[in-house]
Design a protein around this ligand. Structure first.
Ligand code: C5P
Length: 402
């Protein structure tokens, strides 16, 4: 579910070096299926040409309220009435101060003031030097803009064009895209806390060797992202994978099944939904050597014996809260064949209301997947699609069942 497809956005640029990121943002928005009308302030034109933004958006850029192209000469009214949202990125300190006071001496600020409050979101992505950002005047403006219903995005942290380091960078284009997608996602899980496990576990044999599996974590990370976009507070207990943490999601990194169990148990009493997507190792070596096991040249191989790991999902599903329905548990089954039979049996064995089956060998590491949702009523297929789309659908299904 790409929530930006078919949306019409006004992308406003005010003055700042972060205008170069607005070019990337424009491209990403168009790629996501939105139509983009760019409006630039005079200051923005010092940092980026209208030609570049026109080429990326496929529409001529507006820079002046006196633009004669509009028959009624009311660009500020016409452009703001068509839009689903006005996104000002970058929003300079000066532009935010202007918005705050309802000043309207250029097309972009005029358009923000003239927008219909009920139907056109105003989203601003601040970008400025760290001292400017930390200044009480800016912080006061941000607080008041938020109180006035303007969505002020976070700022990034790091090296700045001026050579200083700190808060105030504009978010990256991908991050803004993520936030914009969230704005248009129905908040079906608002007020809910969702706990997700994802990725493989790693069971140490000695300090340098261990047993793991091919799970990439992509499905679980996509579920965490989807739950966050649907308005939930999300905790993600992730095995050893190097995927970026979805925006707004709290990640708890673990290695072994035992650590995953501990991290889940520390949270599960306060969550409403538990999605066990991790590929947890069924067994671990009975002992883990303190030092690297050395090959001694004799041809002898080390003896390995195993003990069974705790079943995290089954343990949680048997808790009083899960049994009473206060905690909704979702399990996964990665099978190689007979998906329906195995997933149905696993749902009963794990005592979960919803079990999601998939074919392990055709999904591990891939960006797409196909799911079979099995509940008490029967089975529903979610045909092959990107893991993110499937995760969005799965979250909608979970929300429907709560
Ligand atoms: O029994 P099996 O490993 O096939 O079950 C898969 C489901 O159980 C998945 O949801 C997985 O995350 C969960 N699981 C678990 N702890 C284990 C083994 C599996 O939470 N030790």
């Amino acid at each position: 579910m790409n929530t930006l497809a078919g949306k019409h956005l006004v992308l406003g640029l005010s003055g700042g070096i972060a205008c170069y990121k607005a070019a990337e943002l424009c491209r990403a928005l168009v790629k996501a299926g939105a139509s983009v009308q760019v409006v630039m302030t005079e200051a923005a034109e010092h940092f980026m040409t209208a030609v570049t933004m026109q080429a990326l958006s496929g529409r001529t850029v507006y820079t002046s309220q006196w633009d004669a192209r509009e028959a009624n000469n009311m660009a500020h009214i016409n452009l703001s009435r068509e839009a689903d949202a006005i996104v000002v990125a970058p929003a300079s300190a000066d532009f935010m101060a202007k918005l705050l006071h309802g000043r309207a001496d250029d097309l972009l600020s005029l358009m923000c003031l003239a927008r219909p409050l009920d139907s056109v979101l105003l989203i601003v992505a601040p970008a400025m030097n760290r001292e400017m950002w930390a200044n009480p005047a800016t912080q006061r403006n941000v607080a008041q803009l938020r109180a006035d219903g303007v969505h002020v995005l976070d700022v990034g942290q790091g090296d700045q064009a001026c050579g200083e380091t700190g808060d105030g960078r504009m978010l990256e284009a991908e991050e803004i895209l993520d936030d914009l997608q969230a704005f248009f996602t129905p908040k079906t899980l608002l007020g809910k806390h969702v706990l997700v496990t994802a990725g493989p576990t790693y069971e140490a044999i000695d300090p340098v060797r261990g047993i793991t599996n091919l799970s990439s974590g992509k499905m679980g990370f996509a579920i965490a992202r989807a739950a966050h976009q649907a308005g939930a507070q999300v905790s993600l207990v992730a095995g050893p994978v190097s995927l970026p943490t979805p925006r707004g999601v709290r990640r708890i990194g673990v290695r072994s099944a035992h650590e995953m169990m501990q991290a889940v148990q520390a949270q599960v009493d306060s969550v409403d939904v538990f999605v066990a997507c991790a590929a947890v190792a069924d067994w671990r070596p009975a002992t883990s050597a303190e030092h690297k096991i050395k090959k001694d040249g004799s041809g002898q191989t080390p003896e390995l014996s195993f003990v069974e790991n705790p079943d995290i999902l089954a343990t949680v599903a048997q808790s009083a809260r899960a049994q009473s329905g206060a905690l909704f548990c979702v399990g996964f089954a990665a099978e190689s064949h007979d998906l329906l039979a195995h997933a149905t049996a696993k749902r009963a064995r794990k005592q979960v209301p919803l079990l999601v089956g998939n074919i392990g060998p055709s999904t591990f590491g891939q960006d797409d997947n196909a799911l079979l949702l099995v509940d008490a009523q029967g089975a529903t297929e979610l045909p092959r699609a990107s893991k993110q789309d499937l995760a969005d659908d799965l979250i909608a299904e979970i929300a429907r069942r709560l």
